[in-house]
Design a binder for this molecule. Structure first.
Ligand code: FAD
Length: 628
């Protein structure tokens, strides 16, 4: 069996926003760059993003600036965020959005011609640059156009469009290869033919997105099998914050075939309200103490906020996602849910039909086509859906470098930036800010190398054998194993975690690991989805183990991790990260690590009273005279 072989300086795995931005940067720094993606080029989660990219440009409210954005991000993540990442993100997001515009992105405009910005949960001011509810599509279109522009430049100079940047689409990477401690390449297969492919490269940027396919009800699509998380772990990198999973409060609940598909937060940002079966706007009952002074206490005040933000507080429908998801979950459990087990989200009584069609065209189309519901005339039924993982590869904030020399990560596969809970809109800007930084980090790393690491033949042979193993076995059906994993994670490690249930999930996952090692796929290597799933299962089980182990250890509730037996936040836990690692993938080790202390100039952006809600007494004494 021949393995096709290519040599690059930087290989970027993933062609969503993070991967494309990283690849553009590496190429702009003069590196020969490959972009590898397992889906079609242009089909990544980024393309599905609806609401927008958060960047404090101050176009709609001039009071907005990076400091307000930084504060909102830290609050949203309940102060567990890597503060350096939150700082870089808040400072650099506007430049990245303007850069996209310079590359041809057509954002919606304000009346005076600036990039329009919309409201979103947890953001103090209108901050999301958007294109209707199809922002991700425009972002991907623009970044792809930039790749093509660079290829045209390369043709002019080298007579070859692909001399410095080439796309390998529908190609799945299954193993990272190392020379000693350092990255030397990546091994994978073409999905269509099943033929193997090897990349010799000293630097790899992981930009593979999330893990949602470990859950049954999810807004994520088939490629979100935690590949990058697992590839990093197996190569010796660490994962952090894996217990924090964002359940988006509003996924479709009906019909069953589309359960979990996202209903964008823009519906609430543009005035949509949540009601229970009794017609009550229940979110007013769920404003937690830490946010009490920032949210309206009456419907009238909440409604006034849409037209006069200076003199009113925002409605509680716009609390961070973890709060809204828990509230919906509680209403349904209390028997006040909608007929199909969600709650009602209504924009029809809040905006004229034409305005809804203009601002939310995809939502209008999605509900009409999939559920036969006209959102301009009736409410939607919505409920929580597994949406995003805050946890991921532990990286250096400035360069995206992981613990393994030559390995970099950006976007949803990386961890730290969003702490325990991501604010809506902060992912698209994260992709641009840290995609660029990881591409630059990888290029600088290559420049600094004295010698190129070498790919070892036996490592390639081992990767090849691992990949073909399911084809030679008459073992269990991979779809059955997958379904059991999804049900287990959904039911036992979902929104509300009970220690007994999480421990039970871990036992199931342990058994599933053994079963995964024995799954079989009928047929050949030629386009064989059963075989592809059998390969992906290794990753999903490994990542699920990280989520469950960390969820069992963290004895508090914070952001995307809610423990039934420890309902409140514990300041001692705020300081700690749970770090997952493995030797050979057989068992996951989880260790506690203390977060570095926030810099004084960043501390001084917060009121003392607010900090005291999150920090230990010892930390507060340290910050005496620094906080406002
Ligand atoms: P992706 O865009 O998912 O790209 C991952 C890439 O990795 C793909 O190309 C995939 O094929 C490739 N890949 C994966 N595994 C492998 C492998 N083994 N080998 C090769 N290639 C591989 N965020 C916002 O900020 N604003 C929004 O409005 C918003 N709306 C959203 C709406 C929906 C429906 C969803 C699901 C998410 C939304 N998000 C939003 C979140 C945001 O879209 C994602 O977090 C973000 O797009 C992830 O980007 P990424 O570049 O990290 O990964």
């Amino acid at each position: 069996m021949n393995t096709e072989r290519h040599e690059y300086d930087v290989v970027v795995i993933g062609a969503g926003g993070a991967g494309l931005r990283a690849a553009i940067e590496a190429r702009q720094q003069g590196k020969r760059t490959a972009i590898v993606c397992k889906s079609l080029f242009g089909k990544a989660h980024t393309v599905m993003a609806e609401g927008g990219a958060a960047a404090a440009m101050g176009n709609v409210n001039p009071d907005d600036n990076w400091m307000v954005h930084f504060r909102d991000t830290m609050r949203g993540g309940k102060f567990l965020n890597n503060w350096r990442m939150a700082e870089l993100h808040a400072k650099e997001a506007p430049d990245r959005v303007w850069e996209l515009e310079a590359w041809g992105a057509l954002f919606d405009r304000t009346k005076d011609g600036k990039i329009s910005q919309r409201n979103f949960g947890g953001h103090e001011y209108p901050r999301l640059a958007h294109v209707g509810d199809r922002t991700g599509l425009e972002m991907i279109r623009t970044l792809q156009q930039r790749v093509v522009a660079l290829q045209q430049e390369d043709y002019e100079t080298h007579g070859d469009y692909e001399a410095y940047i080439k796309v390998f689409a529908e190609c799945t990477v299954t193993r990272l290869l190392k020379d000693g401690d350092a990255i030397s390449g990546a091994f994978g297969y073409w999905r269509e033919t099943g033929n193997f492919i090897l990349f010799d490269a000293p630097a790899i940027v992981l930009a593979t997105g999330g893990i949602g396919k470990s859950y049954v009800v999810t807004s994520n699509s088939w490629e979100y099998t935690g590949d990058g998380h697992a590839l990093a772990l197996l190569a010796g990198a660490n994962l952090i914050n894996m217990e924090f999973i964002q359940f988006h409060p509003t996924g479709m609940v009906w019909p069953p075939s589309v359960r979990g598909i996202l209903v964008t937060e823009s519906v609430r940002g543009d005035g949509g309200v949540l009601r229970n079966s009794e017609g009550k706007r229940f979110m007013f009952d769920y404003v937690p103490d830490v946010f009490k002074d920032k949210y309206a206490t009456s419907e009238e005040e909440g409604d006034r906020w849409y037209t006069d933000q200076a003199n009113n507080r925002r409605p509680p429908e716009l609390l961070p996602r973890d709060e809204v998801a828990r509230a919906i979950n509680a209403e349904v459990k209390a028997g006040r849910g909608s007929p199909q087990g969600g709650v009602f989200l209504d924009v029809s009584t809040r905006l004229p039909a034409e305005e809804i069609k203009k601002r939310l065209p995809s939502m209008h189309h999605q509900f009409k086509e999939l559920a036969d519901v006209d959102i301009t005339a009736e409410p939607m039924q919505v409920g929580p859906t597994c949406h995003y993982i805050m946890g991921g590869v532990e990286v250096d904030a400035d360069t995206g470098a992981a613990a393994v020399p030559g390995l970099f990560a950006a976007g949803e596969v990386s961890g730290g930036m969003h702490g325990s809970n991501r604010l809506g809109g902060n992912s698209l800007s994260d992709l641009l800010v840290f995609g660029r930084r990881a591409g630059a980090g990888a290029a600088a790393y290559v420049d600094g190398l004295a010698a190129r690491p070498k790919v070892a033949d036996d490592a390639v042979e081992a990767a090849r054998e691992e990949a073909i193993a399911p084809l030679g076995r008459s073992g269990e059906n991979p779809y059955e194993v997958h379904h059991e994993l999804q049900r287990t994670m959904n039911d036992l490690v979902g929104i509300i975690r009970k220690p007994g249930e999480v421990a039970e999930a871990l036992q199931v996952v342990e058994k599933l690991k053994e079963r995964v090692a024995l799954v079989g796929a009928a047929g050949s290597r030629v386009y064989n989805p059963g075989w592809h799933l059998a390969i992906d299962l290794r990753n999903m089980v490994l990542v699920s183990e990280c989520v469950a182990r960390a969820a069992l250890l963290r004895e508090e509730s914070r952001g995307g991790h809610t423990r039934d037996d420890f309902p409140g936040m514990n300041p001692e836990w705020r300081r700690k990260l749970l770090v997952c690692s493995t030797e050979g993938g057989s068992a996951v080790r989880v260790e506690e690590k203390i977060q570095p202390r926030m810099r004084d100039d960043l501390i001084s952006l917060f009121e003392r009273e607010e900090l005291s809600k999150y920090l230990t007494d010892e930390e507060m004494t340290e910050f005496d005279g620094i906080a406002k």
